[in-house]
Structures are given as C-alpha cells and as structure tokens.
Design a binder for this molecule. Structure first.
Ligand code: PLP
Length: 373
C-alpha cells in the first residue's frame, strides 16, 4: 500500500530584523546563498576562502596571519578563542558588564581556568582603571572582555589601555566584538588585542554560522608553549589553520555561508570601513532623536552607548512585551527584549550592517509612535 505524502513547503514571513541579531541581509548577500554548491576543497572554494581571510584582515584592521572564520555561531568563536589560549589552572581575569561577559566566565570555568571577575552593574561600562588595577594585582595569564555588550547596549572604552596593562604582566587579551565589528571602530593591531572574534550575523551582515576570528603573535606564542593539548578537536586553532591555509581536511565548511560571508565582507570593503562606522554613528543619532521625541528613556549612558544597538527602558505603562508583539504582528518588525535583570524591562534595537538605514529607522519610529500613542 502506498501512502501519499503531501509535500510540505515552508513559508516564512518577511520580517524587518531590527533586533540584537540576526540583522537584515543585503539582497546581494541573500542571493549569494543560492549560488551552486562547491566541494570544500575545490580550488574555486579555496580561492574564495583565501579572499575571505584578506577581507577579514581588512575588517579587523590587522596584519595577523592567523585570521579565519570558524564554522559555527559567535559562541563557537568565543570557545575557539578561550579553548586555545587558556590552560587548566590559568588565572583568567574576566570583565563582566552583562550577559556575554558572564558567558566568557562560564566558558573559562569549563576549560579549567581560574575565573577572576571584574564587574560593572548591568547598563554601565567597567571602569578601565579598575580593570587595570586588578590586572596588576592578580597578574593573570589571560584577560578577556566584551567590547560591545549586546545585553545592555554598552561599549567598553579604553581597550588599548587595558591591553597595555595586560601586556605588562605578560597576559593575552581576548576581546569579543560580536556586536561591534563592521559597525563601529575596532582596531585589532592599534589597540593591541591578541585574540579578537565576532559573528557573521550582526554588523558584518552575513547569516549566522561563520564567525570571524584573529590571533596575534603573543597569543600564538602562548598556544605554542602549551603544556596540555587543546581540549577541542573542532576548535583547535592549529588544525583550523591547516585547513584554511594548507587545505588539510578538517571539516566540511558550508559553501553557501562562505559565499554569503565573502559577499558581506566585500560590501564592507567597497563601502570603506570608516564610512561604514560613520553611517552607523549617523543613523544611531537619527534614531535617538526620534526616541527622544517619543519621550522614551535610554539605558546606556551617553558616553558608553553603542552605535549598533540601542537599549530603551520600558515601564508598566509601556510594556515591553506588548510593544514587541505589536511590532511583530502589525508591522512585521522584530526588535529584542531585555534579558537577565532587564527581562521585561528593555527594548533592544539593532541598527547593524544593512539594517542601519534611514528608511528602516523611519519605518520603526513610525510604528513605535502609533503603538505608543
Ligand atoms: N557575544 C556577544 C557579545 C553576543 O552578542 C553574542 C550573541 O548575540 C554572542 C557572543 C554569541 O553569538 P551566537 O548567538 O551567534 O552564538
């Protein structure tokens, strides 16, 4: 007996993605996803991957040879950074000003590192002097922190000073730029960052699934001097480098994601990094002017506000859940809500990559105005 199985074609609503990620895709990036598939060691694929490496060096503003994209989301890049530089027993000073700083601490603990937390209240940046004083006191082997804290919309200032202090005690500095790379200034070499990583789906403007990462000499030296092997096979930097640089099979990279990342990075280079940073800054200001006109309050303080992700406080009168539901159901716009202590108390608006555009801002402000009226 044959049973007829009806085809079930999925339909997906068209949303305007203005949350904390993923961000809107440039139509050209979306088109790249449907190019013909290639084998992961095809010469054409190898050429595209080499080009991605060069484009990533441009985007990170680095000359680091050890620059590639990890197959996985931002969390896989976090784990790659930490699993390679941390050895069990290492003292690891972790800057925590929100959800993702805490995740750095959790991963460090899983790797057997001794976590030393330097914290700021959620919504504030960590005082760089406090981090520097703790570095001098503790003399850690590794310092890690988040540059752009997505849970609060706060940017951590003075990375270059923190880097100098870390280097004075021989520590490797790891910085998470998941919500800043490609959207606001990140300068790996000038700032002295030893390991820097990001994700595809925010200001880079690609889908999630390939995550940029770069390692400098100090980090490579620490990795070469390890007395214990890296505990992960999938995220072992030396194996990943053999794959990216010498085409030694390690895993089967996703061809569509490679095409999309290449296209997104090429767009960054064509726009020019500085022009792109400026665009995000101008659009953030335009959006903030609208937010002020709606008499809404912001969480992050003026000097520590991200250009890429804006956090708006909500109240019982202006309930987060209602606003988000109405935006989604009536306007097909996605924005994020609060997490951790800000659960139910915050709107998180991402103006990232292709999403940082005047027409989207006008659309969102118009929708917000009619919901709040
Ligand atoms: N770090 C930061 C600052 C993030 O915002 C995110 C995700 O939003 C991550 C790490 C983890 O990235 P993913 O969700 O792609 O695993």
């Amino acid at each position: 007996m044959t049973v007829g199985i009806q085809p079930r074609t999925i339909t997906v609503p068209k949303r305007l993605l203005l949350g904390p990620g993923p961000s809107e895709l440039d139509p050209e990036v979306a088109r790249a996803l449907s190019l013909p598939s290639l084998g992961h060691l095809d010469p054409a694929m190898v050429e595209i991957m080499q080009d991605i490496k060069r484009l990533l060096q441009y985007t990170f503003v680095t000359r680091n040879e050890a620059t590639l994209a990890v197959s996985g989301t931002g969390t896989s890049a976090m784990e790659t950074a930490l699993a390679n530089v941390i050895e069990p027993g290492d003292k690891v000073l972790v800057g925590i000003m929100g959800y993702f700083g805490d995740r750095l601490a959790q991963i460090t603990a899983k790797l057997g590192g001794q976590v030393i937390r330097v914290e700021a209240e959620w919504g504030k940046a960590i005082d760089p002097d406090m981090i520097i004083a703790r570095i001098k006191e503790v003399t850690p082997q590794v310092v890690c922190l988040v540059h752009a804290e997505t849970s609060t919309g706060v940017v951590q200032p003075e990375i270059e000073h923190i880097s100098s202090a870390a280097h004075e005690v021989g520590a490797v500095l790891v910085v998470d730029t998941v919500t800043s790379l490609g959207g606001q200034p990140v300068k790996v070499d000038d700032w002295g960052i030893d390991v820097c990583y990001s994700a595809g789906q925010k200001c880079i403007g690609a889908p999630s699934g390939l995550s940029p990462i770069t390692f400098g000499e100090l980090a490579l030296d620490k990795i070469n001097k390890r007395t214990t092997p890296v505990s992960s096979f999938y995220l072992d930097l030396n194996l990943l480098r053999n794959y990216w640089d010498s085409q030694q099979y390690h895993h089967t990279i996703s061809a569509p994601l490679v095409y999309a990342l290449h296209t997104a990075l090429d767009k960054i280079q064509q726009e020019g990094l500085e022009n792109r940073w400026k665009r995000h800054e101008i659009n953030q200001r335009a959006f903030l002017a609208g937010v002020e006109a709606l008499s809404l309050d912001l969480l992050a303080e003026k000097d520590h506000r991200l250009n890429t992700l804006i956090t708006i406080k909500t109240t019982e009168d202006i309930a987060e859940r209602t606003i988000r539901q109405e935006l989604l159901n009536d306007y097909s716009i996605e924005v994020g809500g609060g997490i951790g202590p800000f659960q139910g108390k915050l709107l998180r608006i991402g103006l990232m990559g292709y999403g940082s555009r005047r027409e989207f801002i006008i659309q969102l402000l118009a929708a917000l105005e009619s919901i709040l009226r």
